[in-house]
Ligand binder design. Structure first.
Ligand SMILES: Cc1cc2nc3c(=O)[nH]c(=O)nc-3n(C[C@H](O)[C@H](O)[C@H](O)COP(=O)(O)O)c2cc1C
Length: 210
């Protein structure tokens, strides 16, 4: 999808390098091994995300390539995601709590999915600071994942995260042409004026004019 005013190519110089260099990588180095210490550091970043009332309504099912959890997550991925995600050093399913532990009829927090998203953003930035990249995904069988991992009814399986070391140019494994092409597509974004409002919704803020 392309929009007028959208920028193609890299990120603007104004951003901190951690954000400027972040992108959702699809082709990973499948020989890279993520150490337990590195994985703990990345999950620690999620732990310290802000959340409504400090509710911390997130959960993560974590598989490292080669272990049973990683293999079980791969089994529930969509066909397209099964092509690229298995090469990632870790695959993580994210969860958010939808009802209280005591009474599954009572909503846990209006902001649980929002808070999970912030925790995942922390993961993304922490991973980048360690030379790694992630690609988040929604393309998997959520019900099958909930069954396979015995997720309680008051938790919702939400998204997936592939995490790993990007394959360096020339070391890219034998990936299908469509994946090569897709991973080289220009990255585009809406202009600020499309989503930064002042006075009333839809009225672009005047500080955008400079
Ligand atoms: C909630 C969510 C679901 C996504 N689902 C998929 C997916 O199933 N498969 C995939 O290849 N990428 C998926 N993506 C990655 C997006 O396509 C990607 O973030 C977007 O194109 C912007 O690219 P960038 O992150 O490199 O800026 C998903 C991202 C998010 C945040």
């Amino acid at each position: 999808m392309s929009h007028p005013g959208s920028r193609e190519g890299g990120q603007p110089e104004i951003l901190t390098p951690l954000l400027r260099q972040r992108e959702s990588v699809m082709i990973y180095d499948r020989s890279h091994v993520l150490s337990p210490a590195a994985l703990r550091a990345i999950l620690e970043a999620a732990r310290w995300a802000p959340s409504a009332g400090n509710s911390q309504p997130w959960g993560f099912i974590v598989g490292r390539r080669g272990d049973a959890t990683h293999a079980a997550i791969v089994e529930v991925l969509s066909a397209a995601n099964q092509v690229w995600a298995p090469a990632a050093s870790a695959i993580i399913l994210t969860l958010h709590q939808v009802a209280t532990d005591e009474d599954h009829e009572i909503a846990y927090s209006d902001y649980a999915m929002f808070d999970l998203g912030q925790a995942v953003a922390h993961i993304t930035v922490q991973a980048r600071s360690m030379g790694l990249q992630v690609r988040q995904f929604g393309g998997f069988d959520h019900a099958a994942a909930a069954r396979r991992f015995a997720v309680p009814a008051h938790w919702a399986v939400t998204t997936g995260i592939a995490l790993g070391l990007p394959a360096t140019h020339g070391e890219e494994w034998d990936v299908p042409g469509w994946l090569q092409a897709r991973s080289r597509l220009p990255r585009t974004r809406l202009p600020l004026s499309a989503f930064v409002h002042a006075e009333t919704f839809g009225h672009p803020a005047d500080f955008l004019d400079d």
